[in-house]
Design a binder for this molecule. Structure first.
Ligand SMILES: NC(=O)c1ccc[n+]([C@@H]2O[C@H](COP(=O)([O-])OP(=O)(O)OC[C@H]3O[C@@H](n4cnc5c(N)ncnc54)[C@H](O)[C@@H]3O)[C@@H](O)[C@H]2O)c1
Length: 421
């Protein structure tokens, strides 16, 4: 494989939370590996901040991806980090312009667009790498290594829980960008296409059947406390006891997630600017009086070609975020907690039990963001000869499973993947 260790050049489409604060931040910390040489971003303040942080000259900054991609190819790859329903068009255009594409999930909520993107990647001979960051966490890397070693025999069933965390649900899926299906996508696609992807990866077989149940159970007007105004800061009588009070979440809580979500509320991220934004902006709204419609809990059952099954639960009502998993094999079991970076393996013959404590990685997605970027750098340094740990075909399959789960939830039927879409 032709492999030259050189600094990868990239362009960024969408300098928002992911584009600027995750991938941009990685490039700033690892300037020998990757640098951003151009940006497209309509928000003038975000564009200016990104240009300043990455030393990008004004002629390499544009307000729209169309303008940037109309120029001669500027770099090895294009990062597509726009919002959910704005991924497919710039990704297609970037492939046509000769870039490898690194794109945020979900690729699209439409099966025909997913297949068209895969076909375009194959036609152009360019990579499409979806940011399925779980595959790159030390946790799932280790689990996969244990499964491949055969120590627990053949996987028969997996139980996985996505603990969304109460504050995350209200920040993103009640008040925030992912609250409405028509503006983004069903939550099982937006939040859990990662889980469908990791289940496929762990089982190592194609999915044959899917069924799902779930609803928006709590964040509805009828559950508002008596006398609650439309905005938390307008003297809500329940402020002291409501876990979702905006002042509590953005101004009083001390969790490690707080600086990240505050920056979404106000780019300036001072107490004063956050308070001002809460008075008038979307993040200060009462969680029972928003225009949200995505679910707050959902379960999915899956059957695979090799006979294995999986059950997956996504739920808003948890204290911690992150995933917990139990993998049941013919010769043993694995239990694990991604946030705690802890894996316990038990062999049935003799009951030998080993607990592996990985070095909990405080960086994004339990180290997944960093691992993902390292893999992308390697892909680009080989000009796509190394195709990476995540391939477009399996990303398309995991997205289709999520779409099938949603169809099952809405229609009440079991979906056969071979007949789906
Ligand atoms: N991989 C993961 O684990 C993960 C985690 C969180 C979010 N995401 C996904 O990442 C994506 C981005 O999320 P975010 O929180 O960064 O959103 P964001 O809203 O902060 O950023 C999107 C940016 O795209 C910009 N944009 C809009 N139109 C544009 C155009 N025509 N040309 C160029 N830029 C344009 C917006 O102005 C905005 O700054 C979403 O699809 C989200 O679902 C992925």
């Amino acid at each position: 494989m032709n492999y030259t260790v050189h600094t990868v050049n990239a362009i960024l489409i969408g300098a928002g939370q992911r584009g600027a604060q995750v991938y941009g931040a990685f490039a700033r910390r690892n300037p020998k590996d990757i640098r951003f040489v151009a940006v497209a971003e309509p928000d003038a303040a975000r564009r200016a901040e990104f240009c300043r942080d990455h030393g990008i000259s004004p002629e390499n900054a544009a307000a729209d991806w169309r303008e940037l991609l109309a120029r001669p190819k500027l770099a090895d790859c294009a990062f597509v980090c726009t919002q959910d329903n704005q991924h497919i068009a710039p990704a297609m255009a970037a492939l046509d312009a000769g870039y490898h594409v690194v794109m945020e999930k979900p690729m699209s909520r439409y099966a025909d667009e997913l297949r068209a993107l895969q076909a375009r990647a194959e036609q152009t001979g360019r990579l499409v790498t979806v940011c399925h960051v779980l595959r790159y966490t030390p946790f799932f890397s280790k689990v996969k290594e244990i499964l491949d070693s055969g120590v627990i025999g053949q996987v028969q069933s997996i139980q996985q829980i996505e603990n969304v965390a109460y504050w995350h649900q209200v920040h993103s899926f009640v008040r925030g960008n992912w609250r409405r299906e028509d503006e983004t996508s069903p939550m099982i696609l937006a939040k859990s296409c990662h889980d469908m992807d990791i289940l496929l990866w762990m089982v190592g077989s194609h999915c044959t059947k899917v069924s799902s149940f779930g609803s928006l159970g709590h964040f509805r007007p009828e559950n508002a406390p008596d006398g609650a105004p439309a905005r938390c800061l307008d003297g809500c009588p329940a402020a002291d006891t409501c876990p979702y009070d905006a002042e509590r979440i953005y101004l009083r809580d001390k969790g490690v997630h707080v600086p990240v979500i505050r920056k979404v509320v106000s780019l300036e991220n001072t107490d004063e600017s956050v308070r001002e934004a809460l008075k008038t902006g979307p993040y200060g709204r009462c969680v029972y009086r928003c225009d949200n419609d995505v679910v707050d809990h959902q379960v999915v059952n899956l059957e695979f070609e090799n006979g294995a099954t999986a059950s997956f639960t996504m739920c808003a009502f948890t204290w911690d975020g992150g995933r917990t998993v139990k993998i049941m094999g013919t010769h043993g079991q694995i239990t694990g907690d991604v946030e705690r970076d802890e894996i316990t393996v038990t062999k049935f013959a003799g009951g030998e039990t080993t607990t592996i404590r990985l070095n909990a990685d405080p960086e994004g997605h339990s180290g997944g963001d960093k691992g993902f970027m390292r893999d992308v750098v390697r892909q680009m340094q080989t000009d796509g000869a190394y195709t990476g740990r995540t391939q477009v075909s399996s990303s398309v399959e995991s997205h289709l499973i999520a779409l099938a789960a949603e169809e099952s939830r809405v229609t009440g039927s079991t979906i056969s993947m071979k007949d789906f879409a």
